[in-house]
Each structure stands twice: as structure tokens, then as C-alpha cells.
Design a protein around this ligand. Structure first.
Ligand code: AHR
Length: 506
């Protein structure tokens, strides 16, 4: 039995709610037929957005949603998606085997409505590859300018007199692959052009700028290339004056593509272990990247004049993460994956990596929210199905804004993962048993006077179980008995492949 000591004084950093971000893209049925059904659909909807999705996300309250891509963003022209829907052009989307026409029914206005309905901040990713600086600038003006310019009036006419006040702007996507197969220095040159044309939306000379500009970080799955990308990009930024830049966007997928027999819902013990271990690799990657960014920042030259500024800080964000199983490549709709307890465990472990590295990563978006890869929600005709990943995000909501704690283990067990946070007198503990087959017993030592106030568990009889239209609640979180805390210690029996969240008050 492993004992985990939880001390609310042993703090790491505040857990930014933005670590629980979401990502949606026009791929497969994420948007078309997934979250967007259109106002004339017999499927219940709120102004065209599927009611089941809106209700689920409104309860989850994701802090941020990234859109329109992904790769799709680098061929997206924002003007195609504004104004009356019957006048919008039809284009063709080949991204990731989608191979479908795109009627642009879900554009800027619809995305902003979604964000408003679910209480999320928008992250817009601009088209660096096939778009222009002028196009980016116009989109920003259309979204954020509050005064009577032609673009502000156009927004008011189409949708909203009030500016959308979009804060997060990504500049291109995966510039090292589908975003242009660029070298870091070529991307840095492009970034400089785009970033320097961004309006500031300040209303006075002394106001601070609320924009958060996100540059392409590396492919987290390529150990050599990802180091070079970040080193060379920082080097290119240090070669001359630095443009405004707030963050680098690292992408990390947990690839599960080696074994043709392994599918999202049919896997062996070996396949289970491979996916669990693969997910945990992200922790080393974020540390490596943070170190490379910090090293690069030390090389920024001192400005020659007090009028110039030196780049001193650069955040690390993870704009895309999640399991990517082999079958997603051939699936129709494109990139659709079922979600079992294996995915729920890696989702929990990844969020816990971000939680305990709240000082390293500032924002993270799971790929993707609906019907694509590591989804929280699946749709099947009129049915909206919440996956076990949705339950993990719901259970973990309690950590948003809390302080991450360092947890000490008496003798580490590779299957048992514990994370804890504190806020006021509450301590919230995540307890994941990542073994596919073995139960375990865990002891938590807690501050004097602590008592359990809630205990939720996500577990199922078979790790391959998943939720479907026919059986939507097969894997669902439930309340479990409260453990008794005796002399500052609580002993908890954990079933195999299970996720628990316990709250204690002092
Ligand atoms: O999430 C699916 C795709 O994966 C995104 O479009 C792209 O950015 C990444 O390669």
C-alpha cells in the first residue's frame, strides 16, 4: 500500500482554469452534424447549435474554446462565414480525410454564440498559410473594434453591435507540417509580419493591450525536431527586435498506431499499458520545452534605446492534446473515435500533468470536443452522448482556480497517481488507478481535522466499455461512500481502471 502525504502548505501554483480548454474544428462531424445541426433541423437546437451539446458544455463551462483549427484554419477565409447563411459560399474541405463540402453555416457569429451560451472565451486561429496580413487584420477589426468603422458596422448589421472582444489569437497552425512545412526561421519571419500588423485595441496610450498572441510551437511527438523548432524559433526572434508574442503553442498527440489489432474499443493489456505510458510522456516534453524557452529568452539582446522592449517572457500552451488511435485515419466521419475507460484514464492523467505543472503550462485544449479524436461528446443521429472523458472534465472542475499541491508518496507505485489542490479550507484529491486489472489500496495522510465531504468515482466492469446511443450511461460517474479519516489518514480501496475525486474540509 502506498501512502500519499497531502500538505496544503506545500504549494506549486494556481491552476489556471484555461488548462481545461476545448478545441473544435471543421473536421469529420465535429461541427457539421455534430455541434451544428442548423436552425431547421428536427434535432433540438438553439439557433442551429445542437441543444444537447450546448447543455452539456454549459454545465462544463469550458474556460476557452479554440476554433476554426487546426489545419482547417490555414485554409479558412473568415469572410466565407459571416452574414446571411444562404449567401455564404460553398468550398471543399479535404483536411484529414474529411472530403466534404463546407457551406460555412457555422462561422464567426455562430462560434461567438456558442461561446456566449457556454460561458467560454474564444481563441481564434488565423490563416497564416493561405490568408493575408490584411485578411487577419480585418477579422480582428470585425471582431473587436467598438467604434463606428465600416467593419464594426458590418458586425453590428450581421450580428452584434457589441464587439466580441476576442483576446486569444493564434498565428497559423502547425507551421512545421500542414501549415506550410516551414523552417522555424521562415515561420519567425511570417510571424513578425502578421504580429506587427495586429491592431492593439487600446483606447488610450497608457492602456495595456489585452491581446494574447500565440505562435506555433513544435510537434511534441518528434523529439529531435521539437527541440530544434523551439531553439531555432527563439534564436530567430533574438536575431533582431522582437515582435509582440505571448505564448508558444505545443501540440502533443498520444499516438496509438503500431498495432493494427488495437482499436478504440478492442485492446489487450499490452495496448492498455502502451496508451497509458504514451500519455505520461507529455510531462517530460513540457519541461523540456519550458527549459528551451527560458534558455532562448536569456539570449534576447538588450535594446539599444529605451523606446524598445526586450522579450522577457513567453508562455507555453498546449493547443492540441489527446489520444489518436490508428482507426481514426480510416473512420467515417473522419477522425471519429469511441471513448472507453482507457481514454478516460489518459485524459485524467494528462489533466493531472497540467495541474501539477501549473507553473509550466498556461493553457491547454483537448482535441477535440465533439466527434473527433479524444472527444467529450459524441453524436449519433439525434442522440447526444457524453463520453467518459466528459465525466473526467466534470469531476476535475473543482480544481479550477485552486492551488496545486506537491504530493509525496511513501513508495511510488507506477499504477497509482494522486494529485491534490487546495482552495480555502477545501482539499480536492484525484486518485487514479491506471492498472487495467489490479485493485489497490491507497492511504492519504491529511491535515489534522480533515473530513471527507464528497467522493465521486468513474469506473466500469470492463475497461472496453463505452457510451452509445443505445446505452448512453454505461460509463458514468457516481457518488461513492465517504472514507473515514482516522488520526489524519484515510484508507481507500481503488478498483482497477478507476478515477476518483475526493473532497475534504478542514
Ligand atoms: O486535431 C486534428 C488535427 O491534428 C489538427 O487539425 C491539426 O492541427 C493536428 O495535426
Amino acid at each position: 500500500m502506498t501512502t500519499f502525504s497531502i500538505d496544503p502548505q506545500d504549494t506549486i501554483a494556481t491552476i489556471r482554469p484555461e488548462l481545461h480548454g476545448q478545441f473544435i474544428e471543421f473536421l469529420g462531424s465535429c461541427i457539421s452534424d455534430g455541434l451544428w445541426v442548423g436552425p431547421d433541423s428536427p434535432i433540438p437546437n438553439i439557433e442551429g447549435i445542437r441543444t444537447g451539446v450546448v447543455e452539456a458544455l454549459a454545465e462544463l463551462q469550458p474556460p476557452v474554446v479554440r476554433w476554426p483549427g487546426g489545419c482547417y484554419a490555414d485554409t479558412y477565409h473568415w469572410r466565407d462565414g459571416i452574414g446571411p447563411r444562404n449567401t455564404r459560399p460553398v468550398t471543399f474541405n479535404e483536411n484529414f480525410g474529411t472530403f466534404e463540402t463546407d457551406d460555412h453555416a457555422f462561422g464567426t457569429e455562430e462560434f461567438m454564440r456558442l461561446c456566449h451560451l457556454i460561458g467560454a472565451e474564444p481563441w481564434l486561429n488565423i490563416n497564416l498559410l493561405s490568408g493575408t496580413v490584411a485578411e487577419m487584420r480585418d477579422w480582428m477589426e470585425y471582431c473587436n473594434r467598438d467604434r463606428g468603422t465600416a467593419l464594426a458596422q458590418e458586425r453590428a448589421h450581421n450580428d452584434s453591435p457589441e464587439p466580441y472582444d476576442v483576446r486569444y489569437w493564434g498565428v497559423g497552425n502547425e507551421a512545421w507540417a500542414g501549415g506550410g512545412f516551414m523552417t522555424p526561421s521562415a515561420y519567425a519571419d511570417e510571424y513578425r509580419r502578421f504580429a506587427s500588423a495586429m491592431p492593439s485595441f487600446k483606447s488610450g496610450l497608457t492602456d495595456s493591450d489585452r491581446l494574447y498572441r500565440i505562435a506555433c510551437g513544435p510537434d511534441g511527438n518528434k523529439p529531435m525536431e521539437r527541440r530544434r523548432w523551439t531553439q531555432d524559433l527563439l534564436e530567430a526572434l533574438s536575431n533582431f527586435r522582437q515582435p509582440s508574442i505571448d505564448a508558444l503553442d505545443l501540440h502533443f498527440y498520444n499516438w496509438n498506431i503500431e498495432d493494427p489489432q488495437d482499436t478504440p474499443t478492442s485492446f489487450s493489456r499490452e495496448g492498455w499499458d502502451r496508451v497509458i505510458h504514451g500519455a505520461l510522456e507529455i510531462e517530460d516534453v513540457i519541461h523540456e520545452q519550458r527549459d528551451l524557452i527560458d534558455e532562448g529568452l536569456t539570449r534576447m539582446p538588450e535594446p539599444e534605446s529605451p523606446m524598445d522592449t526586450r522579450l522577457k517572457a513567453l508562455d507555453l500552451v498546449v493547443g492540441e492534446w489527446g489520444n489518436w488511435h490508428r482507426s481514426a485515419f480510416t473512420e467515417r466521419p473522419a477522425l471519429f473515435q469511441q471513448v472507453t475507460m482507457r481514454d478516460a484514464i489518459t485524459t485524467a492523467l494528462t489533466l493531472d500533468v497540467f495541474h501539477r505543472n501549473a507553473d509550466v503550462v498556461k493553457m491547454a485544449c483537448v482535441a477535440q470536443t465533439v466527434n473527433v479524436l479524444n472527444s467529450l461528446i459524441l453524436t449519433d443521429g439525434p442522440a447526444t452522448i457524453l463520453t467518459p472523458n466528459y465525466d473526467v472534465f466534470m469531476m476535475y472542475k473543482a480544481h479550477r482556480g485552486a492551488t496545486a499541491l506537491r504530493v509525496e508518496a511513501s513508495e511510488p507505485d507506477p499504477d497509482i497517481h494522486v494529485f491534490a489542490s487546495a482552495t480555502g479550507s477545501r482539499i480536492t484529491v484525484n486518485l487514479v488507478n491506471a492498472s487495467m486489472t489490479e485493485p489497490n489500496t491507497v492511504e492519504l495522510t491529511l491535515p489534522t481535522g480533515a473530513r471527507a465531504t464528497s467522493h465521486e468515482v468513474l469506473e466500469t466492469t470492463h475497461p472496453q466499455n463505452c457510451n452509445t446511443a443505445e446505452d448512453p450511461d454505461r460509463v458514468r460517474r457516481t457518488d461513492a461512500p465517504l472514507p473515514i479519516v482516522t488520526e489524519g489518514a484515510a484508507r481507500i480501496e481503488v478498483s482497477p481502471a478507476s478515477i476518483r475525486v475526493l473532497s475534504f474540509t478542514r
